[in-house]
Design a protein around this ligand. Structure first.
Ligand code: NDP
Ligand code: MG
Ligand code: MG
Length: 340
């Protein structure tokens, strides 16, 4: 089993006297910048001219410069603009990278698929929080941590790992635990996970379930509650205690039905589809497709996004969430009751 780094493994001198340029002030950027600054690290936020994020960064008390200026004064450049714009931002800042500086990422896509080719004399590292940025910030403010992955792609100084760990400490991740991986493993497993299970797989499963019920005469409202709304309760149990806790919490009927029918639904064919999706991630086919799609102005992306928004389940859900009270109530800390 891999070691999990925590606060006792950190030497803060690797980051404390450095200047960190955080490029981008979106989901991850605002969290890293504020957490590092609150941890006593000198932070400058790099934003393009006319950036809509500028006022937020300034209101949070941070210094803002252009990406190029920020990179010029920084020892560590944390690249937290969207993955699709990172190559062009990198082009602008590359001349500002001195020997011994660090290029820091939160996802390995552009390095792993060769869209960014860093100079040989800089360290290239990754601290990837396993959570959206707003939680990275919220956890930090609550004296809690967010788990993260650490990877070193290039170690020019010999200090790359120690510095990355100190960066992870600065954004609060060592309070929870930091697991070491590689750019390749993080990139491929992240893409596979979001495609096959988390984002792609689960929405497809929900839509197919909804359509099966509605096509057979069940009411859309019932179908929505059954296959989408209740999913959260099930996932919360899995998150807390794995599949075992979920099975323990549902009725014996749900457990027997699920155990006998689950593998009939998501069967060997689906498993083979997963192997194909993984292969397209591994051989770079998915990356090439997504890069080309961006270069073409995202026609297919926009069309698919629109079709997804037009699915009946979206309108049903919007209406129900407006009629029932749960959606805008703050989350209640109690054991959910589940009857699946
Ligand atoms: P966001 O989409 O939230 O980044 C938006 C920020 O980038 C804004 O400040 C925006 O400024 C700036 N930006 C957008 N386009 C440009 C451009 N062309 N030039 C300069 N700045 C630009 O990014 P995320 O935080 O989602 O992702 C950042 C990195 O973190 C990615 O590598 C991602 O994979 C990784 N990551 C993201 C997670 C998440 O939950 N979101 C989780 C873990 C990793 P403006 O106002 O000027 O548009
Ligand atoms: Mg992910
Ligand atoms: Mg991802």
């Amino acid at each position: 089993t891999q070691p999990v780094y925590n606060e006792s493994d950190v030497e803060r001198r690797y980051i404390d006297d450095k200047t960190v340029a955080v490029l981008g002030y979106g989901s991850q950027g605002h969290a890293h910048a504020q957490n590092l600054a609150d941890s006593g690290v000198d932070v400058v936020v790099g934003l393009r001219e006319g950036s809509s994020s500028r006022s937020a960064a300034e209101a949070d008390g941070l210094r803002v410069a252009t990406p190029k200026q920020a990179a010029r004064e920084a020892d560590v450049v944390s690249v937290l603009v969207p993955d699709t714009v990172q190559p062009s931002v990198f082009e602008a800042i590359e001349p500002e990278l001195d020997a011994g500086d660090t290029l820091q990422f939160a996802h390995g896509f552009n390095i792993h698929y060769g869209q960014i080719e860093p100079p040989e004399d800089v360290d290239v590292t990754m601290i990837a929080p396993k959570s959206p940025g707003h939680l990275v910030r919220r956890n930090y403010e609550a004296d809690e941590g967010t788990p993260a992955l650490l990877a070193v792609y290039q170690d020019a100084t010999g200090d790359a790992r120690d510095e990355a760990l100190a960066y992870a400490d600065g954004i609060g991740c060592t309070r929870a635990g930091v697991l070491e991986t590689t750019f390749q493993e993080e990139t491929e497993s992240d893409l596979f996970g979001e495609q096959a299970v988390l984002c792609g797989g689960v929405t497809s499963l929900v839509k197919h379930g909804y359509e099966t019920l509605v096509d057979n005469g069940y009411s859309p409202e019932m179908a929505y509650f059954e296959v989408l709304n209740e999913l959260k309760l099930i996932v919360d149990l899995m998150y807390e205690g794995g599949n075992t806790e979920m099975w323990d919490s549902v009725s014996d009927t749900a457990e027997y039905g699920g155990l006998t029918r689950g593998d009939e639904i998501v069967d060997e064919d689906v498993r083979e589809n997963m192997e194909e999706v993984l292969e397209e991630v591994q051989n770079g086919e998915f990356a090439r497709e997504w890069i080309a799609e961006n270069q073409a102005g995202r026609p297919s992306y926009r069309q698919r996004r629109q079709a997804e928004q037009n699915h009946d389940i979206e309108a049903v859900g919007e209406r129900l969430r407006g009629l029932f009270a749960w959606a805008d109530e703050p989350e209640v800390e109690q054991e959910p009751e589940v009857s699946a």
